[in-house]
Ligand binder design. Structure first.
Ligand code: NAD
Length: 254
């Protein structure tokens, strides 16, 4: 069995020698900020399989009751009071060291930007919950403006420009990903010298394909996730440990 400290030192050396580190993050990096993941042991879908149905675009567009429930869930979301944790701050420190080429995230909470990563380096493949988009005319606006209307009594606020259905600017199930965003994410993965996969079960495609894309160009693959992932076999280092404990040490931010 490899000693944890030795394995951490090894990854620190890879990062020290690398010009381009690319990170891919998932819901697991935000659990220590109080935002539950979907598929971990305490995940939203693990505890309540029906919640997955509420994330489906077809139910959202066709059923006003689903939209009302979604607005209530948005109001009550843990993200509004969440702060970046040591894992987010470690990736911000990596950028300050000039090492971070890009940060691909499946998260919609914007905690990376709040931690100090530059927005132009963060690639949000599933959008952001801090904005709304009109499903008819494409108008976007801050989520908090829409939530003010819900608090004032509108249970399903419509677009003020065209009357269309408003939704958080995230990618729901059944909705198309944005091809340019996915292309950019897979392109930067193919430019990595070290690739950090952090807090993601790597079950969602096409973005899970970023791991083999980085491997194909010879990047060192480092996986930090409490549970095993389908890509552990091709990784150069795997840490089944707490992200806020391991990531600051790997990034020299502890
Ligand atoms: P996932 O729920 O499929 O997997 C998260 C993984 O993180 C799990 O394997 C879990 O074991 C691990 N994990 C959780 N906390 C950890 C910790 N503190 N230390 C180490 N490992 C930990 O998440 P995913 O792969 O990101 O896919 C879920 C989808 O749901 C994403 O695409 C995302 O859009 C969305 N989502 C986002 C948020 C958010 O923005 N914070 C939260 C929930 C879901």
């Amino acid at each position: 069995m490899v000693n944890l400290g030795t394995e951490i030192d090894q990854v620190r050396q890879w990062i020290a020698a690398a010009g381009r580190v690319v990170a891919l993050t998932g819901a697991g990096i935000s659990t220590d900020s109080g935002i539950p993941d979907f598929r971990g042991p305490q995940g939203v879908w693990t505890r309540n399989p029906l919640a997955e149905k509420l994330s489906n675009i077809h139910y959202y567009m066709s059923d006003p009751e689903v939209r009302k429930a979604s607005w209530q869930a948005r109001m009550d979301h843990t993200a509004w009071s969440a702060r970046p944790n040591a894992g987010h701050l470690a990736l911000a420190a990596l950028e300050q060291r000039g090492k971070l080429h890009a940060l691909i995230t499946q998260n919609i909470d914007e905690l990376h930007q709040l931690a100090g990563n530059s927005p132009e380096r963060v690639i949000e493949v599933h959008g952001t919950m801090r904005k709304v988009v009109c499903m008819s005319c494409g108008m976007t606006a801050p989520m908090q403006k829409a939530l003010e209307r819900v608090r004032a009594g509108e249970d399903d606020p419509a677009c003020r420009d065209c009357g269309g259905i408003l939704k958080s600017a995230t990618i729901s199930f059944g909705q198309q990903l944005v091809p340019e965003v996915i292309d950019r994410a897979l392109r930067v993965a193919g430019e990595a010298e070290v690739f950090l996969s952090v807090g993601t079960s790597l079950q969602v495609y096409p973005i899970a394909g970023a791991v083999p894309a980085a491997k194909a160009v010879g990047a060192r693959i480092v996986i930090i996730n409490a549970e095993p992932t389908p890509f552990d076999d091709i990784a150069d280092a795997v840490f089944n440990d707490s992200i806020s404990m391991v990531l600051p040490r790997l990034c020299d931010a502890a």
